[in-house]
Design a protein around this ligand. Structure first.
Ligand SMILES: [Zn+2]
Length: 450
């Protein structure tokens, strides 16, 4: 009921909920978490305003895991041992905490515990706010006609967010196993296509880059499924990828924004925006010096505060994503703040122009122009030096590889010349695009480490 009311309560009602829940969380954290107790000791008694609380990072919290958690039975060692057993995916540690892990693509792998209140809030947000948007009556009817089977293409084997939630649903009602199936995002594309063709899902979920690859397979006729609803999660969905997926499947595409720290941070209203669940989360877009960023401007990172989870308080946590707060009201009429999520998958490249000047190149236009070349299945661009980019290409079966490569280099060269980067070379990679071996996510544009 409260989720329903909060959605209609306007800015004052949301601000009141945030304030009350934040005060209770801060009070709990300083009393029950040794780490937050130390961090907040200099603030004095009472309820400090949010922007006076120190920012925390994943590395900092993980380094003192046992001092971070508020339940003394929870230990890093215990949680790690629990999470290491694949049979525990979707099960609850100590009979009460769902343990999620991150891949560590951006540094330290984290262990995130979701307590019962956090899982209850997730369920309420799903049922009351998100599902009705995703499942309009027409989509629902098409899903039912299609047999109601749901395929999810996620990283598997460890308790990552996507697979854990799905397994949890199956554990809670084993008869669901017939209709819910997880496919590995690391499987070869041809294998994945064959398995999906056999399963015939009415709903499909996966990372944006996987959905884009499957869309090309569908366009080319090797994949022939008819999902009525497609959900993106775990990677930012670009407008280009969304259009590709929509046109390939003729399905409703729904975008999601979440993290292991908070499974659903924002949802897709169907009018081009993501809305923050502002009754249960605070999201502060900030610049590299962690100062607030104005609406309409992309942030360098965001500070996340999760208002539902007590066992592992997440308060002003540097999440690393870039988001843009929408300056104008969303046409859907929702009172929840609207954001665009740029994500964190791709690096901005810094290349050397003629004369040695540093030129920053945005990652998405590069991907878009390569993907527009006929025959390209997927691409990864790796900056190996200020003067060179390695091009890792996967081409569609039947395509003339040499010809596709030639066109890709030509396109990239034109783009580089336009940016004063005529001296930057593009080389062919020895391999195709490489997904992170753990998370199965694909960083399409990156700067080679070291
Ligand atoms: Zn909206």
């Amino acid at each position: 009921m409260d989720v329903w009311r909060a959605g209609r309560s306007g800015p004052a009602g949301l601000a009141r909920r945030q304030r009350e829940r934040l005060d209770a969380l801060v009070d709990h954290a300083r009393r029950r978490s040794r780490l937050y107790g130390e961090l907040y000791a200099p603030l004095g008694a009472g309820s400090p305003p949010l922007d006076e609380l120190p920012v925390v990072t994943k590395a900092q919290l993980m380094a003192r895991f046992d001092d971070w958690v508020t339940d003394p039975r929870v230990t890093r060692r215990g949680a790690e041992e629990f999470a290491a057993d694949p049979a525990h995916v979707g099960r609850e540690y100590l009979g009460r905490y769902l343990v999620l892990t991150t891949s560590g693509t951006t540094g330290t792998p984290a262990l995130l515990l979701q307590d019962r209140p956090a899982l209850d809030v997730l369920e309420a947000l799903t049922v009351v706010r998100v599902a009705p948007r995703m499942m309009d009556p027409r989509t629902l009817a098409a899903v039912v006609r299609g047999g109601g089977r749901a395929a999810a293409v996620w990283a598997t084997g460890r308790p990552y967010g996507g697979v854990s939630l799905l397994q949890r649903q199956i554990h809670r009602r084993p008869s669901r196993a017939r209709r819910l199936r997880v496919f590995s995002a690391l499987a070869p594309v041809d294998e994945l296509v064959a398995e999906l063709n056999a399963f015939r899902p009415a709903m499909l979920s996966g990372y944006a880059t996987v959905l884009a690859i499957l869309a090309r397979e569908q366009h080319e006729g090797r994949l022939a499924i008819r999902p009525a609803l497609i959900n993106n999660g775990g990677e930012a969905l670009t407008p280009e990828a969304r259009q590709l997926v929509e046109s390939a499947f003729g399905a409703r595409v729904s975008n999601g924004y979440g993290a292991s720290e908070m499974i659903m941070i924002a949802y897709d209203c169907g009018h081009g925006s993501m809305h923050l669940h502002a009754d249960w989360a605070v999201l502060e877009p900030v610049d590299a010096d962690r100062r607030p960023v104005a609406p309409g401007e992309p942030s360098a990172t965001v500070l996340l505060t999760v208002l539902a989870n007590r066992v592992q308080p997440v308060i002003r946590y540097d999440l690393g994503d870039s988001v843009v707060l929408r300056p104008d009201p969303c046409p859907c009429g929702s009172g929840l703040p609207a954001i665009d999520v740029v994500g964190r998958t791709n690096d901005v490249l810094h290349l050397a122009a003629v004369g040695g000047r540093d030129v920053a190149l945005a990652p998405l236009p590069l991907v878009t122009l390569v993907e527009a070349v006929p025959g390209v299945r997927s691409v990864q661009l790796v900056q190996t030096s200020p003067e060179s980019i390695e091009v890792r290409l996967d081409v569609l079966p039947g395509a003339d590889r040499a010809r596709v490569e030639h066109r890709v280099h030509q396109r990239l060269h034109e783009h580089l010349v336009r940016h004063g980067l005529a001296g930057v070379r593009t080389t062919d990679g020895a391999t195709g695009p490489e997904r992170d071996p753990r998370s199965a996510k694909l960083r399409q544009v990156l700067v080679a480490p070291g």
